[in-house]
Design a protein around this ligand. Sequence first.
Ligand SMILES: [Zn+2]
Length: 698
Amino acid sequence: MLRRFLANLSCVVQPATVVVVLLCGPAIAHGSGQNAMPEVWPQSCLIESADPFLLQPAGPEALGMPVPDARQDLFDVLHYGLILEVVPADTLIAGIVTIDFTARDQPVTQIVLDLKDRMTCFSVTMTSPLQSALTFVHSSDLLVIDLPEPLGPGEPGTIAVAFLGHPEPEGLFGFRIDSTPAGDLVLATVSEPWSARSWWPCKDDLTDKATFSVDIRVPEGMTAVSIGNLVAQSDNTFSWVETEPIPTYLFSLTVSNFAELVDDYQGTAGDFPLHHYLFPADAAAAELDLAVLPDMLDFCGGLFGPYPFTGQQFGMTECVWDEAMEHPTAVTWGDVLVTGDGQFETIVMHELAHMWFGDLVTPTDWTQVWLNEGFATYCEALWAEHQWGQAGLRSFMGAHNWGFGYGWDTLVKNAAISDPTYYFNPIPYNKGAWVLHMLRRWVGDADFFTILRNYLEDPTLRFANASSSDFQQHCEAVSGQDLEWFFHQWLYRNNHPVFRMGWSEVWQDGQDQVTIRLEQVQDPDPLDGNAPYKVQADIRLRGAGLDTMVTVANDQADQMYTFTMPAVVTSVDFDPDLWLLHKMDGSPYVAGTPSAPQPVRLLAAYPNPFNPRCNILWEADGPTLDVVEIFDVAGRRILKRLQSTAGPGPRDFLWDGNDGAGKPRPSGTYLYRITSSGRDAEGSSGTWLLRGKIQLVR
Ligand SMILES: [Zn+2]
């Protein structure tokens, strides 16, 4: 019997290379999940502060990622002590920040801090080694302070900066005032990546970590939450202390009327309180959502070591938002994520994982942000595997294979781009998680989990900073392999391999000779052009009484493999367990081929043109989690909302013509985009994009 090759055979036939990989026993205990596996996985890249499709051209007009002023390299901040007064009703913050620092290896004559010009600095004094009022200039978002005499190398100093202002939201969030549905005001801050300077004076550089203490005076009846432990409370002043060094982007405040949920955790990750600050109306639902935390802490403690913030509490602090941010010890948790049904369980895991990946070991700069987001996202996958076994892992990885997105950019980001949202698009999250998944497959479970542990326990990286090459060194040290090729192709090439597969078989003398041909047909990339990727791939062969997996090494543009099987092979599946980031080029063997009908479809918005409201409509064949975004014609996002629908059928979002802060928008054309995560007809997870245009006529 002979079956023709599905692809044509005009190319040179390459010799077969077959490797057999023996996987170590899994380090992840399986199948303990109490909740059913989610039908639709929430996407952390959409839950966190990302605009996944914004890519600003890197032209001469792009300022690039902010880099510290050269004079900031001359001193090291040891501690920030803040005394703050906040008045949410007036969007006012005022205070004094006392900064303890030392001169590095050269004399220091000026202290340069970052502070946006819209904020006001009204005095700077030195309190050590001299008592002296200091002169300063505040312009171009920098505060340049003259010291009365140079500070010699290694000498300590202390200055106090008095400031006030009315900060505005900026970057991914910044400083924001909202109100809850019950009418309570909420002040929240999220400074990632470089918005700390928008509301307080600091050296806003993620490589200069410092300890913090903060006294916050708030209006009667409100509670102030910051990072670390609450060490004192008197009248309306709350005193928080963070004894571990952290970067300025992880310092935060949240002020509102909170219900507190307190529990003790004792387990693999340590012995400390769980302390959540929640809107009173949401406390009961949040308690259900967060009941899984002790199990998650045991899981993380077992894999990554004790909770890094020894002796400090951990918990969620709620604000009005549809996103989350990994502030150490007190994760800022959007109210949209409180559902009472555990829908965002993997996002809880993501934020918890950041206590190790991001808050303990922080990237050296924002081009390396996959060391935060790829790792936290892969921790979601590990949790899915822990809860729901191999099916959970496979389903999660399938849902995070955003093939339509990976062609734009490399995993290590482009420092020439100045828009902060660019650094948080799906590539560092989802492609980052996939790179770790493939690394795990390449080195095996035992080495993979040793690598993670060694990386987190490296004394030069703990409460300090790491780059991709630091991580690569740990991978090479543990595996004993030169992995330059792996990191080169997955971190610095954009896109991913695209395969075309053909196969045939011949039954002869009681055996089946199976020949499989693999071609790499991806578009050339700017770094390596047409060079093929080096990968290993599993191929499943099935026939009457036959079901076997072979693993092939593939590193050529066109490669052939032959196998002898004891029965006639009737089906061949490429990478059935999803261990390789790739797409198939028209192969009939992989679910979700381009010819499959899209399971999510746009319907006409009405009325359009509209005033005052427009119904944005779409439909889906199954449950979806949808992110609705509205942009002005200049491409600026003015609104983002998250919503989920349990079954098939139409969905709608009623837009009232206001932006995310509730301000009416002027007449004009608006663009909308729906990012819909769900399942296709074959049951494979996927994410689809819908776009439309509407006209507001006031
Ligand atoms: Zn994250």
